[in-house]
Design a protein. Structure first.
Length: 278
């Protein structure tokens, strides 16, 4: 099989970072994740991943994925026939890893990302790919038709929008899907300003950098009928995940969390519920 060409827009190219992270962790003896599909995809792509091979951000991206996985598993435990929507799905494998055999899944992304995704994934009876921007609204029709409950995941996606666009995306979902869960990550202004030294983002053009800064995710509640029910940093990862992170992070998290708290507090994984309907 010939290598598959990667032809992605600047922001869409960032989907390759978590992909490489999952593949790298899979190949470790005690990695954070087991994702053989990610290993397969990395091997199949005609792309120079070498710039990120030593990046500490790879483990961070995979830790984020696993923490989001836990929220999705909580949702599916409560609503086994619910609907999961992966916003900006990229080359994510969450369906392959977490599907319970009952839930309905939608993978939403832009045309170039989905064109690449379709090289490795197919629509299935309970999993559908939707070609659209999160800022559009037509994609909401088939999602709403399932009747819910709904869980929307934005893992390193909405943070790449401008502030007004981020607000638009979140409020559109909140207005249309009562009772929905929104899993959204937020980045503080200091993180947005520091991308030139970020050990993954610095290798990409500034057109690829995230834009939306949010120092306090609680403020998002004022945008509509949203309640922040949980907000975590990497230091709040469960003990089983902490056992698998690189030793440096594990050491500081256990023995000197105050030394890194200021740094990690700028990036948060948040769970909102629309209309506070838990």
């Amino acid at each position: 099989m010939s290598p598959i060409t990667v032809d992605l827009g600047p922001v869409q190219e960032t989907l390759l970072i978590p992909l490489l992270g999952r593949a790298a962790e899979t190949q470790k003896a005690n990695g954070l994740i087991q994702d053989d599909k990610a290993v397969e995809i990395v091997a199949a792509l005609d792309y120079d991943f070498s710039k990120w091979q030593k990046s500490k951000a790879l483990a961070g991206a995979t830790l984020r994925t696993r923490m989001v996985d836990q929220d999705v598993q909580t949702f599916l435990g409560k609503y086994p026939t619910g609907t999961v929507v992966e916003i900006g799905c990229g080359l994510n494998t969450r369906f392959e890893r977490l599907d319970n055999g009952q839930a309905r899944w939608f993978d939403l992304d832009l045309p170039d990302s989905l064109a690449l995704r379709r090289q490795f994934f197919n629509d299935e009876p309970r999993r559908t790919m939707l070609e659209a921007s999160v800022l559009d609204t037509d994609w909401m029709e088939p999602v709403a038709a399932t009747g819910g409950p709904w869980c929307f995941i934005s893992e390193a996606v909405i943070i790449y929008l401008e502030a007004a666009q981020a607000r638009q995306a979140i409020t559109q979902i909140a207005d249309r899907f009562p009772g929905a869960w929104l899993l959204i990550d937020t980045t503080a202004q200091k993180m947005v300003d520091g991308q030139a030294t970020h050990d993954a983002m610095r290798y990409l053009s500034q057109d690829s950098w995230f834009r939306w800064a949010c120092d306090d995710p609680q403020e998002i509640e004022a945008w509509g009928n949203l309640q922040l029910v949980k907000s975590r940093t990497f230091l709040d990862a469960s003990p089983d995940l902490m056992k698998q992170v690189p030793w440096q992070m594990r050491f500081f998290a256990q023995w000197a969390p105050w030394l890194i708290r200021q740094k990690v507090d700028g990036y948060r994984l948040n769970r909102f519920v629309v209309n506070a309907a838990e």
